[in-house]
Design a protein around this ligand. Structure first.
Ligand SMILES: NC(=O)C1=CN([C@@H]2O[C@H](COP(=O)(O)OP(=O)(O)OC[C@H]3O[C@@H](n4cnc5c(N)ncnc54)[C@H](OP(=O)(O)O)[C@@H]3O)[C@@H](O)[C@H]2O)C=CC1
Ligand SMILES: CC(=O)[C@@H](O)[C@H](O)COP(=O)(O)O
Ligand SMILES: [Mn+2]
Length: 405
């Protein structure tokens, strides 16, 4: 990536997931720093109206839609603009592999694994929001990044916070890191009420405006579980050195605990444009004029509490998966993706998400000897296996049991 020497460099940037929530925040930062970026490719899945509008607004070279059924419409929308158009999964992966100073990986879920790996294989710096890709591919992805000398810049707010602290301090004598959790919309709900939570309840995040899947993950605390595994790989921290604390205001995003008792933290308003600006500008700083400035005296209260693993079993399951290693994190993620889809489709109750994940992991791990992943194929196969098992549990065992009436 081009280093900022005089503060006037221009970075080429590709954005995968350009039409999503992270895509929105990334576009804001690019537009606020227009002369800093040259946008190569924007990738979306099916929202071609938004993709075309964004490609024009960001003056992108190319727009790629993953779902080929929308190819013609995208061509029509961008006719006469000079913006190239492509479609299909191969084109998405090829976009990630094109030379760019930064590839923002912000697709949701395991479909983002191969594009992220392709970007790293090509030697591109990756700005990673798509935590599921790293959770699934962990050691394979980190090994490839090390081999290729590729830096993975975290966009996830907590990991970006920790990255910022690490960048500014000596990375020795670290005892632990803390990832904060808002606690989600059900932080104060009792177990019975959580059991029958509706989709609209789950989408009512107290602090962050995000895509549907990560918002539901925040409600189950699966998001925090994924983030713990993400931190394990990104920062090479042992499972015992990764802590989670519930912090309902989402102002303190991450903390690093040192051997002398010091704890360094990064703070900011809950707005993804701050971590995105920090990652896209690294090792410098760019403008994020849209972000409300932090005023602690106005906020007045920052509170912290322990997570409750009984009401939120997904967090404990994620710690188990991280400690088990090998296929377990990919299975955890795959089962969660399938269970969240089932919940969204009304096929299971909110609390069944954890049941489906626990059953999937028990079945999968009992049926195979757990060996470390050697390749991307191992990762993709565990993902498919986890999705298949979880979907079978939804169809065969939970059918009609947990579904809301
Ligand atoms: N939103 C946030 O604040 C945060 C998000 N993250 C992580 O970032 C990732 C993205 O989250 P978010 O932006 O909220 O999600 P959204 O659902 O808002 O956006 C997802 C994006 O991915 C695209 N997409 C979905 N499936 C595919 C596919 N198969 N191929 C190509 N593109 C695809 C969508 O296209 P289309 O619009 O056309 O469907 C859209 O651009 C997730 O992994 C999430 O956990 C992490 C921290 C914070
Ligand atoms: C903005 C971001 O980074 C999200 O991943 C956030 O962490 C979600 O909030 P929760 O703390 O509720 O999971
Ligand atoms: Mn996060």
């Amino acid at each position: 990536m081009g280093e900022m020497v005089d503060g006037n460099d221009t970075r080429t940037i590709a954005i995968l997931g350009a039409t999503g929530s992270i895509g929105d925040s990334t576009a804001d930062i690019v537009l606020a720093n227009r002369d800093r970026f040259h946008v190569t490719t924007l990738v979306g899945h099916s929202n071609v109206d938004k993709l075309a509008a964004r490609a024009k607004a960001l003056r992108a070279e190319r727009a790629v839609v993953a779902d080929e059924r929308h190819h013609q419409k995208l061509k029509d929308l961008l006719a006469g603009t000079g913006i190239d158009v492509a479609a299909g999964r191969r084109a998405v992966i090829a976009s990630a592999a094109e030379a760019a100073d930064l590839v923002v990986c912000a697709m949701v879920g395991s479909p983002g694994i191969e594009p992220a790996m392709a970007a790293i294989e090509a030697g591109n710096t990756v700005a990673l929001a798509n935590k599921e890709a790293l959770v699934c591919a962990g050691p394979v992805m980190m090994k490839l990044a090390a081999q290729k000398g590729v830096r993975i810049l975290p966009l996830d707010s907590e990991h970006n916070a920790l990255f910022q602290v690490f960048e500014d301090t000596n990375r020795s004598h670290i005892e632990a890191i803390t990832v904060t959790a808002s606690g989600g919309p059900f932080r104060t709900w009792d177990a019975e009420r959580i059991r029958s939570a509706t989709l609209s309840d789950a989408l009512n995040h107290p602090n962050w405006t995000m895509g549907q899947k990560v918002t539901i993950d925040s409600a189950t605390l699966a998001n925090k579980g994924l983030e713990v595994i993400e931190a394990h790989h990104l920062f090479a921290m042992s499972p015992d050195a990764i802590k989670v604390v519930v912090h309902p205001q989402s102002i303190v995003h991450g903390m690093v605990h040192y051997a002398d008792g010091s704890v360094l933290a990064q703070l900011g308003m809950p707005d993804m444009r701050t971590p995105i600006a920090a990652a896209l500008a690294w090792p410098n700083r760019y403008q994020a004029p849209q972000v409300e400035r932090l005023d602690l005296a106005t906020l007045s209260t920052l509170s912290f509490e322990r997570p409750d693993l009984e009401r939120f079993p997904m967090l404990g399951l994620a710690f188990d998966a991280m400690r088990e290693g090998a296929a377990a994190p990919a299975l955890f993620n795959a089962a969660n993706e399938a269970a969240v889809t089932a919940f969204v489709e009304g096929k299971c109750a909110f609390s069944d998400i954890a049941t489906i994940v626990a059953m999937t992991m028990d079945q999968a791990l009992a049926a195979s000897t757990s060996r470390p992943f050697a390749s991307l194929e191992d990762v993709l196969s565990a993902d498919q296996n986890g999705q298949r098992l979880a979907n079978a549990i939804v169809d065969d065992q939970l059918h009609g049991v947990g579904a809301p009436s």
